[in-house]
Design a binder for this molecule. Sequence first.
Ligand SMILES: *[C@@H]1O[C@H](CO)[C@@H](O)[C@H](O)[C@H]1NC(C)=O
Ligand SMILES: *[C@@H]1O[C@H](CO)[C@@H](O)[C@H](O)[C@H]1NC(C)=O
Ligand SMILES: *[C@@H]1O[C@H](CO)[C@@H](O)[C@H](O)[C@H]1NC(C)=O
Length: 222
Amino acid sequence: MLWFITTLAITAFICSSAYAYDNNPLQDICVAVNDSHASVFVNGKMCKDPKLATANDFYFSGLNVSGNEVPGFGIAVKAVDVNNMPGLNTLGITLVRADLEPQGIAPLHTHPRATEMITILEGTVYAGFLVPDPANFFKSRLFSKILNLGDVFVFPQGLIHFLYNVGHKKATCLFYFNSQNPGLILIPNSIFASNPPVPDDVLAKGFQLNKSEIAQLRKKFS
Ligand SMILES: *[C@@H]1O[C@H](CO)[C@@H](O)[C@H](O)[C@H]1NC(C)=O
Ligand SMILES: *[C@@H]1O[C@H](CO)[C@@H](O)[C@H](O)[C@H]1NC(C)=O
Ligand SMILES: *[C@@H]1O[C@H](CO)[C@@H](O)[C@H](O)[C@H]1NC(C)=O
């Protein structure tokens, strides 16, 4: 049994190393490249030969304008990440600008690999996250705040959270993630718009609804 657990622990360690993300960097810089011939070593993405790195690898321009609208939610997002700023490779950080129309929403979602800190540049948003109640896993606690210009709030890693523009004008926020690849799980969509679908019985029992109500929810999110 001890042997089994030891083997399991070693295997887990080796596997997690193979898929390592956001470790402390083992080098000063590691500019991401797609061409393996231009690379020297691997830690996350391939790294460009440091001799070939330039200031532009560590530069992004364009966060002065909003990003792409997400249809139906009244929110537009623009990310600065390793894909458009290759010098971010292995540094464990991502930045996102979000613009919310009045009543625009970042619906209930979670980032499995990152804590997210937000700051408000314009407007008024209602932000909240859910913490499971350790005394009763059938309940959770809502931690929420109305945020205005200059206010900062943090969503701890992995917890379900949301943002809602409760003001009368556009709201602009910046989100900082302590991961190169925070991940995004939209709760309603991942449940009701999966492919293949989660069986009706599982959803009906799980949400204490009947199958026609489940069918309606599927329609809304697919
Ligand atoms: C590398 O590939 C990604 C994904 O295909 C692309 O978005 C990015 O622009 C490419 N980067 C470079 C430096 O070619
Ligand atoms: C945003 O910044 C870019 C790059 O500096 C510039 O070309 C563009 O005119 C700016 N747009 C606005 C609306 O300020
Ligand atoms: C499902 O629930 C809704 C709302 O409670 C109800 O109106 C409807 O009749 C139910 N449908 C079935 C098939 O039980």
